[in-house]
Design a protein. Structure first.
Lengths: 227, 227
DNA sequence: GCAGAAACGAGAGCGGTGCTCTCGAAACGG
DNA sequence: CCGTTTCGAGAGCACCGCTCTCGTTTCTGC
């Protein structure tokens, strides 16, 4: 998909139409859900032949991929913006900001949330284009964790736990002990667990106010994992 | 769907065929995923006309519902069996048994797990038939929690947290304090978060051995929430 | 400035889906 | 035994993703 920055007329209308298709897809996503996203319906809405869509996206999966990347970028931008407004030394505040912003974004964009953090579409294998934007959010969390452990430096951990978390421990240059990293991953999982349970309807007859529950949990987690 | 217990020939072959359809559906579910489950493919596999399926299930959604109920019952049976083999007083052991059995079941039956704990099918609203079997698993966990707080009895909690958790606190007759209940819900969310992250591919380049990580977390949670 | 190349939109068509309707055969029950 | 109900099969409808062709429009190199 070569897009010249300000090339001829053709390149411009191509960029515009690509954006219009994505916009229509997002609109349809919001009302129908990901798995029933229909290229033909998008084409109908845009007043063009269904086959014309294929000039812009080679397949339905490629459109989905584009939407997934956009969603990752969008949530990452929100979270980074919220986190950057906290006092640098206030690690717990930064963690809570990350967690609560993630939930707010999920509540505001349930279908995009489901798209990136829900059940993967069956035959769909995430292309490599998606892994980069997907890492932005966890990296902001890891940064807070590393900065709160700034004075420590440890050797590679040879324990079972240390080996199980080898990849992420290497990623942080072993500046975070394995058990502290495990606590952080637990918190990370808890955040998604709470959001998933709320969004996918498993809090019925149990938690009446998910927002209060989530804020309580976020503060509880911050105390638990950050010194 | 009236099914006479041992009625005429017709009732028996109807029950058998219903089971065969579900079996074929489950087989297809394991290889294709829920959203691409095809009634026509099932009919083909069973050597019957696609329209004949509708004598047994009024729609694709109804078949899905039947599979969902079966999955809930199956996971609940596994968890109850594992939990019942623990010493009654060993609350932490019972909790760990519940958690690890849930994960084992999810790893062994990824598509049924996704069916009941993943993103809901877009237009699909869980019929009332599913809520009953869905509660069996959380109830086993709540039972452990309540039994570990057996000596305490408290009044309705009027705090924000107490009100946010009102439904489940009432369900347990206020025998568990609100903050302890919140910790338990946090653990509950963490369990699903860990399983989701693992199953849906978000542990790539981070956690190399999800099993070790999960067992570590399960024990950590047990210490955290149970006295 | 113009001819060849590339990009584009529309339309027809293929095989697939869920679902409905009709029709003849089979099993049931009085 | 005969009327009623249940069942399987087939045709058909509207939709889907996707491919191919064909005439038109835009770009590009000479």
């Amino acid at each position: 998909m070569p897009e010249k920055p300000a090339g001829g007329v053709r390149a411009r209308v191509r960029a515009e139409l690509t954006a219009e298709i994505k916009a229509a897809a997002r609109r349809q996503l919001a009302t129908e859900g990901a798995s029933s996203l229909s290229l033909r319906a998008i084409a109908r809405e845009l007043g063009m032949a269904s086959s014309a869509i294929y000039r812009y996206f080679a397949s339905r999966d490629e459109l989905l991929t584009a939407l997934i990347i956009d969603a990752y970028e969008d949530v990452a931008s929100h979270i980074e913006a919220a986190e950057s407004q906290c006092e640098r030394a206030d690690h717990r505040g930064r963690f809570v900001a990350i967690a609560t912003t993630l939930r707010s974004w999920a509540v505001a964009n349930p279908n995009e949330y489901a798209l990136i953090y829900g059940t993967p579409v069956p035959g769909y294998a995430a292309p490599t284009d998606t892994i980069d934007p997907a890492t932005r959010v966890p990296i902001t969390l890891l940064t807070v964790l590393v900065e709160s452990h700034v004075s420590e430096t440890s050797e590679p951990d040879e324990s079972d736990l240390g080996q199980a978390l080898a990849d992420v421990l290497v990623f942080t240059n072993h500046s975070v002990p394995a058990d502290a990293m495990a606590l952080a991953i637990e918190a990370w999982a808890e955040i998604f667990g709470l959001i998933n349970l709320e969004m996918f309807g498993h809090f019925k007859n149990a938690v009446t106010n998910p927002s209060v529950m989530f804020n309580h949990a976020a503060n509880s987690m911050a105390e638990r994992i950050l010194p």
